[in-house]
Design a protein around this ligand. Structure first.
Ligand SMILES: *Cc1c(COP(=O)(O)O)cnc(C)c1O
Length: 358
């Protein structure tokens, strides 16, 4: 029987996953049979997890990071809410977030029995601070903001949201699952260095170029991480804070290897290349008469007629849409200018008599 081959990344334009860096692949293969869920037994990979956390701390302005390498942003977000809930011990807890929050928050609210209150965003798709202030109350255990939204790549006003959260005694969480590896090279205020935020999600398996599964969960205070710990009678290690039990040493080792190789120069170069690609692609769409959304981070959204969207998919382009219907092009490290040119050429071929600006 023929061996199955994975998809090529040539025409993948809407995914937040990318080609892992070669050093990440190699480290993943070397550590595939280790379990960081039991660090007392698997000590080498446990030491790599400490390395990975130290890198994440450096990127996000946290000198003593507490946390772990999770299976992804979904687990990290669930765990941030779980930690806040366990810490607060409120009998009727709620979480307040902008409607641009990632769908993993719906899962978190469901499994944890916490009410999720989502509030409208402003005209530029960022959290509306006044709306968040109106939604919080004495039972709010956590306010979440997004630093790099999944649909439009927007950064919420994190310092202002942190003030709103702390005014009612809630914790402040920043979801930088996608944006965390590009934001250090921008002027945005998003990290532990910019505001007294309490926790953060940041995924090495997206812009960090680690292999899947590698997410990151960081806490400023050890006490909040400890609200996740449970006893583990039959392991060599005596307690565990992660949601998964056995977990992949491949993800942990690859995250450490990728960050050792790429932080900061390699990540800066990837950001600059892809931000330039996004701005170029945006201008090309606007020149063709599309009402595209200006990119703040390397992600371009643009309304596209159904027929054109379907034709481009038929041509093999792997593209998706926002909830409100816009095409999303995520300029991940594998996306080349050449591939964007080829996409535009196909768009011109399938375009239905759009006004051209010459
Ligand atoms: C991708 C993403 C997530 C979910 O992360 P997974 O690794 O897919 O579980 C959460 N939040 C944001 C902002 C994301 O972009």
């Amino acid at each position: 029987m023929q061996r199955a081959a994975p998809q090529s990344f040539d025409r993948v334009l809407s995914s937040m996953c990318t080609q892992p860096h070669p050093v990440a692949r190699e480290a993943a293969a070397r550590f595939v049979a280790t379990n960081p869920g039991d660090p007392a037994t698997y000590q080498t990979v446990a030491a790599l997890e400490e390395d990975a956390l130290a890198y994440l701390g450096e990127m996000t302005g946290l000198s003593t990071p507490h946390g772990y390498i999770a299976s992804g942003g979904t687990e990290a977000n669930i765990q941030a809410i779980r930690a806040a809930r366990n810490h607060a011990r409120d009998d009727d807890p709620n979480v307040v977030a902008p409607e641009s929050i990632h769908f993993s928050f719906q899962k978190a609210a469901d499994v944890l029995g916490v009410e999720l209150r989502t509030v409208p965003v402003d005209v530029d798709y960022r959290a509306n601070v006044d709306a968040v202030r109106e939604a919080v109350d004495d039972h709010t255990i956590l306010v979440a903001g997004v630093a790099g939204t999944t649909e439009f790549g927007r950064v919420d006003p994190i310092p202002e949201l942190t003030t709103v959260a702390h005014d009612v005694g809630a914790l402040m969480h920043v979801d930088a699952a996608w944006g965390g590896f590009v934001l250090p090279f921008t002027d945005h205020e998003w990290s532990f260095a910019h505001a007294p935020i309490d926790s953060m999600t940041i995924d090495p398996h997206k812009f960090g170029q680690a292999v899947v599964p590698a997410g990151g969960l960081l806490f400023r205070d050890k006490e909040i991480l400890d609200a996740l710990a449970i006893d583990t009678p039959y392991l060599e290690s005596t307690s565990q804070a992660s949601l998964t039990g056995t977990r992949s040493g491949a993800g942990v080792a690859s995250a450490a290897a990728a960050m050792r190789e790429l932080w900061p120069a390699g990540y800066r170069e990837a950001y600059e290349t892809q931000q330039a690609n996004a701005e170029w692609f945006y201008k090309e769409l606007v020149a063709r008469g599309y009402d595209a959304v200006e990119p703040e981070l390397p992600l371009v959204a643009a309304p596209l007629p159904d027929s054109e969207f379907a034709s481009l998919r038929d041509l093999g382009w792997r593209i998706s849409r926002t909830a409100s219907g816009e095409l999303r092009v995520v300029c991940m490290p594998h996306v080349s200018r050449e591939s964007l040119r080829a996409f535009l050429s196909d768009l011109d071929d399938v375009g239905s008599g759009r006004p051209q600006l010459y």
